[in-house]
Write a protein that binds this ligand. Sequence first.
Ligand code: UDP
Ligand code: MG
Length: 333
Amino acid sequence: MLTPRSGQPAPLITCILPAYNEADNLKEMVPLLCATLPKLSDRFEVLVVDDGSRDATEATVLKLSEQYPVSLLSLSRNFGKEAAMSAGLDYAEGDVVIIMDSDMQHPVEMLEVFYQRWLEGYDMIYGVRADRSDEGMVKRKLTRAFYHMLSKSADVEIQPDAGDFRMMDAKVVRALRSLSERKRMMKGLFAWVGFRSIGVPFKVNPRFSGETSFGIRRLSSLALTGITAFSSAPLRIWMFIGASVSLLAMSYAVIVVLSTLILGTDVPGWPTLVAGIGFLGGVQLLSVGVLGEYVARIFSEVKGRPVYLISDYRRPVHVESQDKASTKDASSV
Ligand code: UDP
Ligand code: MG
């Protein structure tokens, strides 16, 4: 079948694995990947981004790299998954780049389906969670509410059930590299860059070993980044609340004037006064808080610190020796 990408040489595939304390999982994940990727192309590499792990992740990857084409990119500390993925994207050399979790939650079988889509001409293929029954009710409800709010207010459409499990063409990677913002929600940025995209449903596996590092604190901080980075609706809401409160206050003033004129003066109204002052104080503090959140984001962007820092970058041993071998071959011809 003639496809938009047929007739091109076999692409180099880079699979990025962000990893934070994933030694046990990587021992399973890397061999599995290296058994699957050759079905797509004979040129592939795995790039593990060690996000400041405190376990044996680094040693495990170095050991694996003796046998498999695995590179290790070590960040100088734990910067978070968003930064780890950005680092991986900056260093990925592939014509096709995959991002997936290191904990075996993203099924490698899906890569063949993704790749088929890429051959058909799609530039970004993302996994869509077929069901979220593995998550608790509260988390599911909160996630739904968050995406509902975001879809109403954001300037791009962010798919609710899509995650970071993706395959993308090198041109999408180049586009992502050109984005310089520091506080990142990659899912939003993936949506923002556009390109021919398609979602493919998949079922999330249970975590192979260890525990998730996305607790309620990390998730809510990511949600806040998502909202402030892709929508200014929270700022606008306060304009409407302010306008409504002023309108109410004005109507109340009219009532007070009229009742004084008609019924004469007496000095009640103390509770109304206190309630009014308290309410307005609360509303003002809240709105200043929302404003502060955006100012904090501006502050962090203006400081211009890098998204991550690299402490080490190691290419696989046998790739280096292969390179040497091929140079030798070339020189001996
Ligand atoms: N991860 C990371 N840095 C972090 C936290 C997580 O690179 O600070 C990686 C982690 O190793 C895994 C992926 O991000 O490969 C998803 O993390 P996790 O499984 O904890 O999250 P969940 O699957 O619950 O969303
Ligand atoms: Mg996980």
